[in-house]
Design a binder for this molecule. Structure first.
Ligand code: ADP
Ligand code: MG
Length: 728
């Protein structure tokens, strides 16, 4: 083993777990560092409290006087907890979170100072926006953007800073972040779903979208990770031969959590409790050193904020425990990648989950309405949904025979499939009294029982119904959930809006009863959405063929998938639902294409560097040792020399051929990069990176990984897979 690797491993093994005493109950810690409803009751005047709650619940504007009161109380609360700074906390399109801290401290002349935080500072700030991605929305001469308070996500204290969740928009009003379109989409789905709910219950005034994410990640020793330039710069291993033992024994999944990892998790969970992130589940995942963390689901906007915050906290706490967290969708070849399932549902302010079957035939008809409309929305916008989760890193899962596939389909289980089949047979137009009774008794009346034993879960499905929610499983582990949540809620909003129009038309024009009209429209939806339903194995080649016949898209790479982000239909959809203007939609596309290009470009540079400057010199060094050895053998054995040194000479030749393979392919890759870089058009450039540059990674890697097997372990420069994955 090389001295570098030896010391890295030694350091890793000597890393002491930091034990954590949990003196307080978690429920007592929960939300302690959040300016939540409970805290507001204590700190705010009645007027201010009512003002904020109206904003949270009904989107009412907060006037200036109220904002002044709120900011002043927030400051008092924060100061009582040792806070010195405040920041607007937002999610620009870089994928990370952003913050710029300002002290409360202000001088007031005469050598005196006070702590101050006014309403204007709470409500709006102007970070220098020119260094965040904007997709051409702002020309640099007017590189101004501002952040504005989102009262629906409560302020929180992290470290000694008061963080205020905000949206981030250009001065001209266009969104420059994930939160702004999400809030608009949540508003759209609220409006559309509430209107539909009124068919079933007039008391419904608001529908909320919920999200429960499941975050998968790898934990790798910090020193070992730092010894790999590829992990350091790209978040994944660009080369490395698979370990003799990988995940084939399945001995990690749900196994006992290693103590160092467990200590990390406990500290992380304590911090989450303080910040009001309701984390609940932790377990080992399939791959060695892979884990999952899931909270109790929350209102979607808050859940998205909490996931972004969590990823940030995880990085910081991991470092204290000498770990590096890998969020990348595929850090190691040949081993499971990481995803972030987005569990999604809609619920009313009367406490009904619209995606859970109810107790009466009427509530089940409501359930079926939302269930079938969601299926139809996915069917109509499957390509857009795929595009929403496209990224250079997620391509390693979706395009590469790993669950889930790049083809979007919906899994609903055997029992619900039967229910839909029966509904499909409903008579057109008016229903006879017998048919109505029949439907009530045997179709909508029976759902609760059947769902209880709806246990067959298809793990290969990218979009599955799991009893009381849909689970969007194709989302990548690095993703900001705001993106898929914006699209999912928008397409469902649009679908529900169309549904309402169609049902109303049948009631008015054909004189149908409300439930008759609903049955009639749903029947047609079931017929026209059939192609999206799939219960089989999503990895299989058979499904690829079948999906093609059904006309479903199968975009394996990001540049291909992203196209539907800017299709005519998508632009119209977002405009129609007031979620994004044409400019905003196009800007996002541009940002995502650029990000793709840059990721592949960086990977190409890093790989070229490692192959040429680390692997080839090592191979040459070892080859020289072999050559010296052969020369020595010749001296001793003279005539018999050929026979004795046959293996060494073969090895020398093998090494030469791999060195040649590396050099030839790296040269080819550099040339392809140069050609790609010369392309002006971003879309064409991304295609060049995808189809001309990236495929060479595999060829370069092949030769490097072969050399890893040939060369003396003593001098191999890179920490090996077995060391990264099994050192604890
Ligand atoms: P798994 O999918 O791993 O079997 P569960 O189905 O129990 O796990 O839950 C996974 C996630 O789904 C959790 O974050 C949970 O809070 C969330 N979840 C459960 N019910 C709902 C719902 N009605 N709406 C949204 N998310 C939900
Ligand atoms: Mg799940």
């Amino acid at each position: 083993m090389s001295t570098l690797r030896f010391h890295a491993i030694k350091k890793s093994l000597s890393s002491k777990p930091i034990p954590l005493e949990e003196k307080e109950r978690r429920s007592d810690l929960f939300g302690k560092n959040v300016f939540n409803e409970n805290t507001m009751r204590q700190y705010l005047t009645k007027d201010a409290f009512v003002g904020v709650m109206n904003a949270v619940q009904y989107g009412k504007k907060i006037d200036r006087a109220i904002a002044d009161q709120v900011s002043s109380s927030m400051k008092d609360w924060a100061l009582s907890k040792g806070v010195t700074h405040y920041t607007h906390w937002f999610q620009p399109l870089t994928g990370a979170t952003a913050e710029k801290h300002d002290a409360f401290f202000e001088t007031i002349g005469n050598g005196m100072a006070i702590e101050k935080f006014g309403g204007s500072q709470l409500v709006q700030q102007e970070p220098d926006a020119s260094s965040f991605p904007n997709g051409g929305i702002r020309n640099t001469f007017e590189a101004r953007g501002y952040t504005a308070w989102d009262p629906t996500s409560p302020a929180f204290i992290y470290g000694t800073t008061l963080c205020i969740p905000t949206i981030f928009v250009a001065y001209t009003g266009e969104a420059l972040d994930y939160k702004t379109p999400l809030l608009r989409a949540l508003h759209a789905v609220d409006e559309a779903a509430t209107a539909v709910c009124k068919y079933f219950d007039k008391n419904v005034k608001k529908v909320t979208s919920s999200l429960g994410w499941e975050q998968e990640y790898f934990l790798i020793d910090k020193t070992l990770a730092a010894s790999r330039p590829d992990i350091t710069l790209t978040g994944r291993t660009l080369l490395g031969h698979s370990s003799a033992k990988g995940q084939q024994l399945d001995d990690h999944y749900f196994g006992s959590i290693p103590s160092r990892a467990l200590n990390f998790m406990r500290e992380l969970e304590t911090e989450c409790m303080l910040l009001g992130i309701p984390v609940k589940t932790r377990h080992n995942e399939v791959a060695p050193n892979q884990f999952e963390l899931a909270p109790i689901y929350e209102e979607a906007n808050l859940a998205v904020d909490h996931n972004s915050l969590l990823m940030d906290i995880m990085n910081r706490i991991a470092s204290r425990h000498d770990f590096k967290v890998l969020f990348h969708e595929k850090p190691f070849a040949g081993i499971n990648g990481s995803g972030k399932h987005n569990n999604w549902s809609l619920s009313t302010d009367t406490g009904v989950n619209l995606l859970a079957p109810g107790k009466t035939p009427m509530s089940n008809l409501q359930f079926l309405t939302f269930f079938i409309n969601t299926i139809k929305a996915v069917n109509e916008h499957e390509a857009l949904l795929r595009a929403t989760i496209a990224s250079a890193s997620n391509d390693h899962r979706l395009g590469a025979n790993e669950a889930p596939p790049a083809i979007i389909s919906v899994f609903i289980g055997e029992q619900l499939t039967k229910v839909l089949e029966e509904l499909e047979g409903v008579t057109k137009g008016k229903l006879s009294p017998q048919e109505k009774t029949e439907l009530k008794l045997n179709v909508v009346g029976k759902i609760p029982d059947v769902l209880l034993d709806n246990t067959d879960r298809n793990r290969t499905s990218p979009f599955a119904f799991t009893g009381n929610k849909f689970e969007f499983r194709a989302v990548g582990s690095t993703a900001n959930c705001g993106n898929p949540m914006t699209v999912l809620n928008t397409i469902v909003a649009k679908q529900l809006k169309d549904f309402k129009v169609e049902v109303d038309k049948l009631i008015d024009k054909k004189d149908l009863k409300k439930d008759e009209a609903v049955f009639n429209v749903l029947r047609e939806y079931i017929k026209s959405s059939k192609r999206i339903l799939f219960e089989g194995n999503g990895y299989g080649e058979a499904w690829e063929k079948e999906a093609k016949k059904r006309g479903l898209s199968n975009n394996k790479t990001t540049p291909e998938a992203l196209k539907s982000r800017v299709s005519k239909e998508t632009i119209a959809l977002f405009e129609d639902m007031n979620v994004m203007s044409k400019i905003e939609t196009e800007a996002r596309y541009e940002i995502e294409i650029e990000a793709y290009i840059m990721h592949i470009q960086i990977e190409g540079r890093v790989l070229g560097d490692i192959a040429r400057n680390h692997i080839v010199p090592t191979a040459v060094k070892y080859q020289n040792t072999l050559i010296e050895n052969v020369k020595g053998l010749k001296e001793i054995f003279d005539k018999k020399f050929k026979e004795v040194s046959k293996e060494q000479i073969n090895l020398i030749e093998d090494i030469s051929s791999h060195i040649e393979g590396i050099n030839a392919n790296v040269t080819k890759m550099i040339n392809e990069r140069k050609q790609a870089n010369a392309i002006e058009d971003a879309e064409k450039k991304a295609h060049a990176y995808c189809f001309n540059v990236k495929p060479l990674f595999e060829d370069i890697r092949y030769h490097c990984d072969k050399l890893e097997l040939l060369i003396d372990d003593e001098i191999w420069p890179l920490t090996k897979y077995r060391e990264l994955l099994f050192t604890r």
